[in-house]
Ligand binder design. Structure first.
Ligand code: ASP
Length: 159
């Protein structure tokens, strides 16, 4: 049974075809009890998702106000453009989020794909995972996300 007080369910998706075209998809925000009219980061290109065939792509879940303020998805792609490996780019974007002065700092999660099709993901919530599958794999695999703890202790969805 779904607890309406604890609804989440926003889904991030990144796909890359054999020609190197990359696309992101983010479902509309699954956050419960949103203010009427609140958009969140999900549909905002650069905040909730961003793709550029030349460098890679990223998409976010978590407290959208933070991803909007940091342009988080675009930041990950920009850091890869600047030469960072995908893990370093993700870590840098998580640090950007941590430096925000935000009384509602909360759980943040990012998935990313580099231009060569290498996936990685980051979170500030221990135990979070992500799923990926490439064309030569029979089945998807579920991997742990790189943990970048928030020094403020924020990790719950509404922590
Ligand atoms: N990022 C979404 C928002 O802030 C929430 C979510 O990831 O579920 O609207």
């Amino acid at each position: 049974m779904v607890n309406p007080e604890k609804n989440t369910g926003t889904v991030n998706f990144i796909a890359r075809d054999r020609d190197g075209n990359i696309a992101t998809g983010v479902s509309t925000s699954g956050w419960q009890w949103k203010y009427p009219g609140r958009l969140g980061d999900s549909p905002i290109i650069a905040a909730g998702n961003y793709a550029d065939n030349r460098y890679g792509a990223a998409a976010c879940t978590g407290r959208g106000e933070m991803a909007i303020r940091c342009a988080t998805a675009r930041s990950v792609v920009l850091y890869m453009k600047m030469g960072m490996r995908i893990e370093a780019a993700l870590a840098e974007a998580m640090v950007d989020l941590q430096s925000l002065d935000d009384p509602y700092a909360a759980g943040m999660n990012i998935i990313a794909l580099d231009r060569d099709g290498r996936p990685a993901a980051a979170t500030n919530r221990p135990g979070a995972t992500f799923i990926y599958q490439s064309g030569d794999m029979e089945k998807y695999t579920q991997q742990p996300r790189m943990l970048v703890p928030d020094p403020r202790g924020a990790s719950g969805f509404l922590a």
